[in-house]
Design a protein around this ligand. Structure first.
Ligand SMILES: [Zn+2]
Length: 463
């Protein structure tokens, strides 16, 4: 069935223009002004609205085991919440358990998503152990559309890998065209600082932030980029949180090094004081890297404006306050690390980015959809409004006023990091592969309709 979206303003990473968009089944057939209504069986009026590519969140953790519990959203509830917020594709993380094959983890995560996902999903692979066959396993995964691997420089004895492993993995991507994503914090040093804090009886949530200084992030970012340079591969820094770390990325990019980085709304909008909330509520803001002092925030906005940062993702990893965060009541190291955000990314970036004059409309689209698609091997199928691209579109109402609150949000978690924030601009109609899945605050899709995204190696980071 053909669908025509009429009278809207089509916004891409490059252009803003009044145009109609004709959808044929799951793909976009034509984009131009003046497409006749007779061309389609169904017509959607988008007068006064922006038509933007569906959001792409390349950093989510649905149904993820962590510290004896599991993130509160599974692939059904998490992707439905994403859809409400205008996100039509995610890339989640499968985790290789030490001593097992990456292939097993891929199968496990496919099972988690199958029959549940409401929007399309890709997977990165978190590598914890190269073993004897890890490098060939990476090649095999690239053939399965896993075009990116994440390595941890933090969490010793759990996820952290040593520099030799990082270098071997980077060198393998120099051959197979995948992209290494790095959690860049010096975990060994942080563990020493944590042990000191605990020995001094410092157990409250705020010490989560105080034991992970920006210098530990900047050191790891510097090392990650240096190792990537030696290996001749690009590198992508996940959830960059501080000015110190940003300076390392900028310095490398200024020299022409293919270093890339994302940040998240929480690092742009919240600061370390949140962890001092009374009654243990600071635990709601415990995630890594931690929130930073306020002076870092405008530096990160500058980074987005000047393209030192290329992507805004969420690192959505929700744990309920009442029965999960509470595990760390007497010891901040036992608080499950993570916060909810998958639903609110576009609202927050539009309001505090576009409305506040920090970002152009086109840059907003670029950061939340087009560049993530490019870097992670989904472009131009995703992240674009053009003939032949998937019909993943959001009809965005720039005048809609919306108050973010856990009382009405769709994430399966009992709090919001942005409780009471009022934003102007919200998704009215969300279309995934030609199907209207959200309209006027109502979910019309169904679980299991989301498809696995086989992503291509040698994406935008390699150009
Ligand atoms: Zn993460």
């Amino acid at each position: 069935m053909n669908t025509l979206i009429r009278n809207g303003t089509v916004v891409t990473a490059r252009t803003t223009a009044r145009a109609d968009v004709l959808l044929e089944g799951a793909v976009i057939k034509e984009v131009r002004a003046g497409i006749p209504e007779a061309a389609a069986a169904k017509v959607i009026d988008a007068a006064g609205m922006y038509v933007i590519p569906g959001g792409i969140d390349v950093h989510t953790h649905l149904d993820m085991p962590f510290g004896g519990t599991t993130s509160a959203d599974d692939f059904e509830t998490g992707t439905r919440a994403a859809a409400f917020g205008g996100t039509t594709s995610i890339v989640d993380f499968a985790i290789q358990a030490r001593g097992t094959r990456m292939r097993d983890a891929l199968d496990t995560w496919w099972k988690k998503a199958e029959g549940r996902a409401c929007i399309d999903y890709g997977l990165h692979m978190i590598v914890t152990d190269l073993g004897t066959s890890g490098l060939e396993d990476m090649d095999e995964l690239v053939n399965e559309g896993v075009a990116s691997f994440k390595l941890f420089m933090a969490y010793p004895n759990v996820l952290m890998v040593d520099d030799a492993t990082i270098f071997k993995a980077l060198s393998q991507t120099a051959k197979n065209g995948a992209l290494i994503c790095m959690h860049a914090e010096n975990g060994s040093v942080i563990d020493v600082i944590i042990a000191q804090a605990l020995a001094e009886g410092k157990t409250a949530p705020i010490y989560h932030a105080l034991t992970r200084p920006p210098g530990a992030e900047a050191e790891a970012v510097h090392r990650a980029i240096a190792l990537a340079e030696i290996a001749g591969a690009p590198v992508y820094i996940v959830h960059l949180s501080s000015e110190d770390a940003l300076n390392q990325v900028r310095e490398a990019r200024d020299r022409g090094v293919p270093a890339f980085a994302e940040t998240c709304p929480q690092y742009l909008l919240l600061s370390i004081e949140e962890l001092e909330r009374p009654d243990f509520e600071g635990a709601k803001y415990v995630f890594t890297p931690p929130l930073r002092p306020k002076h870092h925030l405008p530096k990160l906005w500058d980074g987005l404006k000047q393209d030192h940062l290329q992507v805004v993702s969420t690192d959505h990893c929700p744990f309920c306050f009442e029965d999960q965060k509470i595990l760390g009541k007497d010891d901040f190291t036992k608080i499950p690390n993570g916060g909810p955000g998958i639903e609110n990314r576009l609202q927050l970036m539009y309001h505090y980015g576009v409305n506040a004059g920090n970002l152009s409309l086109n840059r907003f689209v670029e950061l939340t959809s087009t560049t993530p698609a490019r870097i992670f091997g989904m472009y131009p199928k995703k992240g674009e409004i053009a003939a032949g691209s998937d019909a993943d579109l959001v009809i965005w109402d720039p005048g809609a006023v919306y108050t973010i609150t856990s009382k009405t949000h769709h994430m399966r978690v009992d709090y919001s990091m942005f409780e009471g924030y009022q934003v102007r601009g919200n998704a009215r109609t969300v279309i995934s592969r030609g199907e209207v899945i959200v309209d006027g605050g109502e979910f019309l899709g169904k679980p299991g309709r989301g498809q696995y995204l086989k992503r291509a190696a040698r994406g935008g980071a390699w150009k």
